[in-house]
Design a protein around this ligand. Structure first.
Ligand SMILES: [Zn+2]
Length: 299
């Protein structure tokens, strides 16, 4: 069966919220599990990289969630992810075939497994429902301030909230999760993705040495102590073909050992102003690279 990690999860999460008559933030995934008589247990001994588990014995379901991280937002997202496996069409059949009774979920938003991705999408949609999230965003401010406010309002982690915020934003904005000089993943808002003059920030690539995030990451105490910093960066530090200033707001994610960067601007220069620079750069690329860039713009 083909799995789409986006719209089906949104629709199913909305159905569940309606069924439980939930119309306010924060949404309580623990209460939803209890309503369905799903056993809940916090577990200190789950393997690293495993955020939680869904168990099925006969018709009885249980959810275990790791206590390795102290963040309530992380635990709530984990329980919501497991509820995704429980509520989404086809998941229970797929996960518990051949006598399996335990499914272990990967943490960190980086799984390539379509079932894991769909359960993450469900968790985001359930804890941060589009309409309620957008209404809260209207009074949340900008950039990292907005994400912090929404994380408190929704009871979600900064990382999960920032991903949702970027996906739903109508402004040019990107969030990047990094450690050291490596970018682990990035999510760009639609207005940024639609710009023909900017390359996309690619997962696994290095950070530009001069960008404020790379400097911030060189001192690990910044990350561990959850320090926060606001700077201005040049678009060109992050996007090939970019020119102009962007706000670069940075926060250390403490025990996760990672850094969250929010790049945003009220407005960016017109793409046409960057066209000359882009054409000149194209002359220096190999034909395969030119094709790669072109095809990416047309995606
Ligand atoms: Zn899972």
């Amino acid at each position: 069966m083909a799995i789409d990690d986006g719209w089906k999860a949104e629709v199913r999460a909305a159905e569940v919220l309606k069924q439980f008559q939930i119309t306010d933030l924060p949404v309580d995934p623990f209460a939803i599990a209890r309503e369905r008589s799903i056993e809940l247990q916090e577990n200190p001994s789950l393997a690293s990289g495993v955020s939680g588990c869904l168990m099925k014995v006969g018709d009885v379901f249980g959810i275990m969630y790791s206590s390795k991280f102290s963040s309530e937002g992380f635990k709530r997202f984990t329980v919501a992810h497991e509820l995704g496996h429980y509520f989404l069409d086809g998941h229970v059949q797929h996960l518990f075939t051949g006598g399996q009774y335990l499914h272990q979920s990967e943490s960190g938003f980086m799984s390539k497994n379509p079932y894991e991705r769909e359960a993450d999408a469900f968790a985001a949609a359930m804890l941060m429902p589009k309409a309620l999230f957008r209404a809260a965003s209207a009074k949340a401010g900008d950039g990292l301030d907005a994400i912090t406010y929404l994380a408190e309002t929704c009871g979600t982690s900064l990382t999960a909230t920032s991903i949702r915020y970027a996906k739903l934003s109508d402004s040019p904005l990107a969030v990047v999760c990094s450690s050291g000089d490596k970018n682990h993943f990035a999510v760009m808002s639609e207005p940024l993705r639609a710009r023909p003059d900017l390359t996309w920030i690619r997962k696994g690539t290095g950070l530009s040495a001069q960008c404020p995030t790379a400097k911030f990451n060189r001192d690990t105490s910044n990350v561990l102590n959850a320090r926060r910093e606001s700077s201005t960066a040049n678009l060109g530090d992050w996007f090939t073909g970019g020119d102009g200033d962007v706000n670069e707001e940075i926060v250390g994610l403490g025990e996760y050992g990672r850094t969250l960067t929010v790049l945003w601007a009220d407005d960016l220069p017109d793409p046409a102003e960057n066209e000359d620079a882009l054409e000149n750069e194209d002359e220096m690329l190999l034909p395969s690279e030119r094709f790669y860039r072109k095809s990416r713009y047309e995606m």
